[in-house]
Design a protein around this ligand. Structure first.
Ligand SMILES: C[S@@+](CC[C@H](N)C(=O)[O-])C[C@H]1O[C@@H](n2cnc3c(N)ncnc32)[C@H](O)[C@@H]1O
Length: 259
């Protein structure tokens, strides 16, 4: 992992949420059974409908070379591998999350920030980046390196939590939410043409999916609820949840084409 002085590196405050809890999530999935892996592994973005909306627009074919940038524990990539005949490559800065995506989904996964992806130019025809751009202040750097690793005409799916006005406190630590206008400018600046966009409904996953994700969350709480890292992660994700439910933040979906 890169050092905390680096803009591309996730802030220390996020390590509890995305590293420590990632390891605990893997542990809880093992205890409860493999059918829990995808729902629990998608808690960062949490919505099957959002992933389907994006997947349907990325011109995916069997064998399409696909990158999941900021893949977390690999739930979205695991879902995609199951839904389409693809073997996504995951890149994610948190070591415990990378380990979880390898072990839970058997996916190729590397430790890397999206600003410095260890792949040759033009390696991927498609990519997605879900809930990640709002966790780094260097969004331009992330989009530029994503563009570099994609083919001309390659398609990028995005889920970004956007804030169109200053947010009321308490703010989640380590996040840096762009406005939709800023996001559009950043995409254009990195060499992407925005083709389609929509607001996501993050509450649209099947009941069974939500039940399994909640069961894993309860198991993590049972095992580690007293740990300060658990409480810090809960507090941070709770703040994001409250901003979403009040409409101060919204989940924005976009499909952009590399040119
Ligand atoms: C909200 S989670 C989403 C995880 C996953 N995409 C999902 O939808 O389940 C955000 C992820 O972005 C990762 N992240 C933070 N900064 C990053 C960066 N500069 N480059 C790539 N990933 C980053 C975090 O470690 C975390 O796993």
């Amino acid at each position: 992992m890169t050092g905390p002085e680096d803009d591309a590196a996730p802030a220390d405050a996020m390590e509890a949420e995305f590293d420590t809890v990632a390891g605990w999530t893997e542990e809880a999935v093992r205890a409860l059974g493999p059918e829990h892996a995808i729902p629990a592994g998608c808690r960062g973005t949490g919505s099957e409908g959002a992933m389907r909306w994006l997947a349907d627009r990325l011109a995916l074919e069997p064998g399409t070379r696909f990158l999941d940038a900021g893949a977390g524990v690999g739930g979205p990539a695991g879902w995609l591998a199951q839904e389409r005949e693809l073997r996504p490559v995951c890149a994610e800065p948190m070591v415990a999350a990378v380990r979880a995506s390898r072990r839970l989904f058997g996916l190729p996964s590397v430790v890397a920030v999206s600003q410095r992806l260890p792949f040759a130019d033009g390696s991927f025809e498609a990519a997605w980046c879900l809930g990640v751009l709002c966790t780094t202040s260097d969004k331009a750097g992330a989009l530029a390196d994503l563009r570099r690793t994609m083919t001309e005409g390659g398609r990028l799916g995005l889920l970004v939590f956007v804030a169109d006005a200053p947010l009321p406190p308490p703010l989640p630590e380590g996040n840096d939410f762009p406005s939709e206008d800023e996001l559009r400018r950043l995409l254009a600046g990195a060499g992407f043409r925005l083709e389609e966009f929509a607001d996501a409904d993050l509450g649209d996953s099947p009941e069974e999916w939500t039940r399994r994700a909640d069961a894993v969350q309860a198991e993590v709480a049972r095992r580690h609820g007293a740990d300060p890292a658990f409480q810090q992660a809960e507090e941070n994700s709770g703040r994001v949840g409250r901003l979403l439910s009040h409409g101060a933040l919204r989940a924005w979906l976009g499909v952009a084409v590399a040119h």
